[in-house]
Design a protein around this ligand. Structure first.
Ligand code: ADP
Ligand code: ZN
Length: 527
């Protein structure tokens, strides 16, 4: 072991120019160099690549890296070649000659690393080729793609279990940044790596400050946030739709923040140009759909902002994780409101997929909502979600720690909302969205109230003690807690199985107080 230890460290210095290993890297590298299988869970930016690159350089033969990120292979290989590493790749973007060259290099033992798209391993021709060369290690990157429960599922990953059967003597290392306990188990099962050693790095990113503010006028809120805390900083703003990506990028540019859009609807040239600018320039903001960011390695991203709710905690963690890879203070900022809940619930209901899929998507959303509505430390909640032990006290670097939210007994308010929904349905046979319910509670005589005679309902005007924003907050939290549900393409509100207990006064409904002003915590100065 001592010999390989020394060699690994020498490669780290000589090839990559780094002083020392980080966190679990050394243990992983030693284990794989000695021929052991490994499952590595490390957050984005944790330094997963070295965990297989160094064994590939130390062990004799070529390290074969399976990665779904075809678009990045060329960049990865170029970056390695610049360091003097003999690297190549094989995927569908290559022409015949290019592939032949790489094949020849591999067979001649002239490659340290060979990147492959997973679909290659379904082809007999590729498997035969691999059999004719010498392989030092198999690395399976983004290993969570093997999980059918996750949103990145790739059927081709299922065939990777054969690697262990065909090459029992070659160590395998599976790596991911996304893993709850369930995904973790699935990776081990489906890749058939029962004897692998597991290396689980902490998912905590202490330099990222987490903040979730109530959504009022999101673009303006974003602009204020950027001006006050991140003027001139590089960052990513995530939006759900291409349209809102375009509009937000325009809005920022008009207001003196240099911003470019990025989404799958732009042509490849524009996308590549915007990505290249983001990597190269210091203070550019990219406004993007979630199509942007996978595999992007820019250490000084100072903030990640969400103008729309991510679909899952995994997604949120991965996207926010692109901030602060250099370890310096960074901010994960999100604006979240009632419409996010309605929209996401609607998307799940009207989307494709069977009942089981909907239930799972609903579960993912519920966890995300719980994170938004929590009155506890957000970091603690995130870590607990990933099965890690949060500290007993709060982190001191998230909005709920910095400005603890107040709670109030929302039982009566909840009953008012629910009984309005019940009245409409029982007495009129009608269903309405949140806007109309709130107008009824506030006793507003709008055109739509008059049109439907809703001022004649006994519940009309029974909620004047709260403001519109507060009522929307109540509805949002009832939706988040599953005490109210959304139905159909118009997002009408309906009761759930749990609503009855509230109406019958059998349970209380603690709610989070809506801050009068969006909680602007102190500037992103870390802890
Ligand atoms: P991941 O794949 O886990 O997201 P990377 O492997 O891309 O992370 O590494 C993230 C960044 O950290 C890269 O810029 C990488 O060069 C750098 N890095 C990784 N390990 C070390 C180390 N031991 N010392 C210094 N920098 C490192
Ligand atoms: Zn906290």
């Amino acid at each position: 072991m001592a010999v390989t230890d020394g060699e690994a460290l020498a490669v780290l210095h000589r090839v990559f120019g780094f002083e020392a290993f980080r966190g679990e890297q050394e243990a992983v590298v030693d284990h794989v160099i000695a021929g052991g299988d490994a499952v590595v869970l490390m957050p984005t930016g944790g330094g997963k690549s070295l965990c297989y690159q160094i064994p590939a350089l130390v062990r004799p033969g070529t390290g074969v890296v399976v990665s779904p990120l075809i678009a990045l292979m060329q960049d990865q290989v170029d970056a390695l070649r610049a360091l003097g590493v003999r690297a190549g790749f094989m995927n569908s973007t290559q022409d015949f000659d290019e592939r032949r060259t790489v094949e020849a290099e591999f067979l001649a033992g002239e490659l340290d690393l060979l990147y492959l798209a997973p679909e290659r391993l379904r082809l007999d021709s590729s498997l035969n080729l691999l059999s004719r060369g010498k392989i030092s290690v198999f690395a399976i990157d983004e290993a969570h793609c093997v999980s059918q429960w996750g949103h990145d599922f790739r059927p081709d990953y299922l065939s990777l279990s054969l690697l262990g059967e065909r090459w029992p003597e070659v160590p395998r290392i599976a790596l991911t940044a996304t893993a709850t306990h369930a995904t973790h188990r699935e990776i081990t099962d489906r890749l058939r790596m029962p004897d692998a050693r597991h290396f689980v790095a902490s998912f905590d990113r202490p330099n990222i400050q987490y903040r979730i503010v109530p959504k009022a006028d999101p673009r303006k809120q974003l602009l204020t946030f950027l001006r006050e805390e991140h003027a001139g900083d590089a960052g990513i703003v995530y939006c759900l739709s291409r349209n809102s990506v375009e509009k937000t990028a325009e809005f920022l540019s008009r207001n003196g923040v240099e911003a470019v859009p990025y989404h799958a609807g732009l042509d490849a040239g524009t996308r590549a140009a915007h990505q290249a600018r983001f990597l190269r320039e210091e203070g550019l903001v990219v406004v993007a759909t979630i199509a942007f960011g996978m595999g992007i390695d820019k250490p000084d991203v100072r903030f990640v902002a969400h103008l729309d709710l991510p679909k899952s905690v995994e997604g949120y963690y991965q996207e926010t994780g692109r901030a602060g890879r250099d370890g310096l203070p960074s901010t994960a900022w999100m604006a979240y409101g009632l419409n996010d809940v309605v929209q996401q619930r609607k998307l799940i209901q009207s989307g494709e997929g069977d009942e089981a899929f909907r239930r799972r998507a609903g579960g993912h959303l519920d966890s995300m909502l719980a994170l938004c509505e929590t009155v506890r430390c957000r970091r603690g909640q995130l870590l607990a979600y990933f099965g890690q032990e949060p500290g007993a006290r709060g982190c001191g670097n998230c909005d709920t720690c910095l400005t603890p939210p107040e709670t109030w007994d929302g039982t009566v308010a909840a009953q008012k909302v629910l009984s309005t929904v019940v009245r409409l349905q029982r007495e009129r046979g009608q269903k309405f969205g949140a806007g109309q319910i709130v107008d009824i509670l506030l006793g507003r005589r709008t055109a739509k109230i008059i049109q439907f005679d809703h001022d004649q309902l006994s519940v009309f005007g029974i909620g004047e003690e709260l403001s519109e924003a507060e009522w929307r907050g109540v509805v949002r939290q009832l939706l988040a807690q599953g005490l109210l549900a959304v139905e159909g393409e118009y997002g009408t509100l309906v009761l759930t199985g749990e609503s009855g207990a509230v109406l019958r006064r059998e349970r209380e409904v603690p709610l989070r107080k809506e801050p009068k002003k969006p909680a602007a915590a102190r500037s992103a100065g870390g802890r």
